[in-house]
Design a protein around this ligand. Structure first.
Ligand code: AMP
Length: 537
């Protein structure tokens, strides 16, 4: 027997029209060099309609790829909706990638148009000649009246010249909405293509009280870049609900972020740990009024427990989430089950620093080297595999598809987890970052977390270095605030929690840990840098 409900396609248009109709006066704010740009959803929607008209005038058809090389701004939000709702595919480009990778990604995706922020134009100009499919470059600037650079079209001219779109096309829910290339792979980046259906379902789930927990009254600021995993879906959730939205532009220095949080009375702001770590000190001295800020979703890499604790002391709740570009990206989130609220604060913190439970809609399992499911004992390690309506089914035109999926249809994340008796997962490593010493696995993340609990430590990355007897041994690379603490102090912390054979062979102090284009520790680079590091133990 069939259900007798309407078969309305799940497309992004539903959220766009709702926001325009019911919340026309809510604000969308962007930080500029000297001030803030602000307008309301009414104006935003009018501009989205004109932008869609502009794309039509450039002969952009259903399924065509439209690239963006841009910071978090209101214009990027216009593109986030106009492009998919007129049937084209939004392709957000990671502005921190090396030239060769950007060229590969743009050519591989076949972008026909690229919208570029003024400050990023030199980057595009540098690679322009190598782009095989790009017909138009659209220049976006806070000073649109200044002279339009050669061989580009002015974004504002495109919008003002065009007939707004009122007749949004019917789009199948399985059609592509956006694409994004992963940063997490070795070798060439892989393309992930999101469908309207996946993003609509992800948006509903992400908004849930037990997920990101966002409501209409929230003031939402994504610090996670709009080019990374669709900003974790935050702009879609905020638009669906009609929230006030705030964008930091390219002003990501800790002082700027703190100022925006205060000025715009932001209530929820998401970003990777490397954004919140340096901010912690500035915020804790009480200089800024953050009384409105209640929640910060943190993910992308492990949120150290010390970070969760530090923000908790300021009355700001960090919710630790795990996800991947391939999972749209929200996969798990760590919130305390109500029947665990009886646990001590200490115990609760321990759980909150894990990556949590799957969000409704996602199924997960841990698989060991024999292909068996790991027990829920909080100790046995296995690869995290996931399945769900917003999880990737195949990479875009990529021969490496086979290795990423199991025969029974699960996605192999490449992350190594344990699962505790309550079902909370803990990421212990990437498969390629685990340290295998004398046949035993050592979790680099566990060691990093413990080292970062030393008050003088700002960042710590643990990597495997080759060892004649044990094949691999852990090495800790550490950044400190002032003068380096005595090695013994750090080892004392570690000895309380780890067996002797799990301790790093050495601790080296550096000024900075190299980061990837999306702000994670670049362990590949660290391994190369310290490959010859030897310790006599
Ligand atoms: P990306 O596709 O760039 O978002 O990277 C996804 C990868 O980031 C995952 O496979 C994990 O290795 C890592 N990751 C994301 N969130 C977390 C987290 N909360 N804790 C530890 N690692 C994480």
């Amino acid at each position: 027997m069939q259900g007798l409900m309407m078969d309305v396609p799940l497309t992004l248009k539903l959220f766009m029209l709702r926001a325009a109709q019911y919340f026309p006066n809510k604000e969308i704010v962007t930080r500029r060099q000297q001030d803030y740009h602000r307008y309301d959803y009414r104006t935003w929607y009018q501009r989205v309609q004109r932008l869609a008209g502009g794309l039509r005038s450039l002969n952009i058809q259903k399924g065509d790829r439209v690239g963006t090389l841009a910071w978090n701004t209101h214009r990027h939000l216009e593109l986030y909706f106009a492009v998919p709702c007129m049937g084209a595919v939004l392709h957000t480009l990671n502005l921190r990638l090396p030239d060769d990778e950007l060229v590969y990604i743009i050519n591989h995706a076949g972008d026909r148009v690229i919208f570029v922020d003024d400050s990023l134009l030199p980057l595009l100009v540098r690679i322009r000649e190598r782009l095989q499919t790009v017909e138009h470059v659209i220049w976006m600037s806070d000073q649109p009246n200044s002279e339009t650079p050669p061989e580009t079209l002015n974004y504002e001219t495109l919008l003002s010249a065009e007939v707004p779109v009122f007749d949004w096309p019917e789009i199948e829910e399985t059609a592509a909405l956006a694409m994004c290339y992963t940063s997490g792979t070795t070798g060439l980046p892989k393309g992930v293509v999101y469908s309207h259906r996946a993003i609509v379902l992800h948006t509903f789930a992400a908004a849930l009280k037990d997920a990101l927990g966002i409501g209409e009254a929230d003031v939402v600021m994504p610090v996670v870049p709009m080019f990374h995993a669709l900003t974790w879906g935050i702009p879609f959730v905020a638009t669906m609900l009609g929230c006030k939205q705030v964008f930091p532009g390219r002003y990501l220095q800790p002082e700027s972020i703190a100022q925006i949080l205060e000025d715009e009375q932001v209530t929820i702001s998401g970003g990777v740990p490397s954004i919140w770590l340096p901010l912690q000190e500035i915020l804790s001295n009480g200089e800024y009024d953050l009384s409105h800020l209640r929640t910060m979703p943190v993910g992308g890499s492990a949120a150290p427990r010390s970070l969760i604790e530090a923000y908790e002391r300021m009355g700001i709740q960090i919710i630790h989430a795990w996800g991947m570009t391939e999972t749209s990206p929200l996969g798990t989130i760590s919130r305390i089950k109500s029947d665990l609220a009886r646990l001590s604060e200490e115990e609760q913190l321990r759980i909150r620093s894990k990556q949590g439970l799957p969000v409704p809609g996602i199924e997960l399992r841990g698989i060991d080297e024999q292909g068996l499911e790991i027990p829920w004992d909080g100790k046995t390690m296995g690869e995290l595999q996931v399945r769900g309506p917003w999880v990737i089914q195949a990479y875009f035109q990529d021969e490496r598809n086979d290795e990423s999926f199991t025969e029974d249809g699960w996605f192999r994340t490449g992350d190594v987890i344990t699962i505790d008796g309550e079902g909370y997962i803990q990421i212990v490593d990437r498969t390629k970052d685990l340290v295998k010493s004398g046949g035993e696995w050592i979790s680099s993340l566990d060691l990093e977390n413990a080292i970062m609990s030393h008050p003088e430590v700002v960042e710590a990355a643990v990597i495997a270095i080759p060892h004649v007897r044990w094949q691999e041994r852990p090495l800790a690379v550490v950044v400190v605030k002032g003068s380096p603490p005595h090695r013994e102090e750090i080892f004392a912390i570690l000895r309380e929690r780890f067996a002797k054979w799990q301790l790093p062979d050495d601790i080296v102090y550096v000024d900075e840990i190299p980061k990837t284009s999306v702000g994670k520790f670049d362990k590949k680079m660290l391994r190369a840098q310290f490959a010859k590091h030897r310790v006599d133990v």
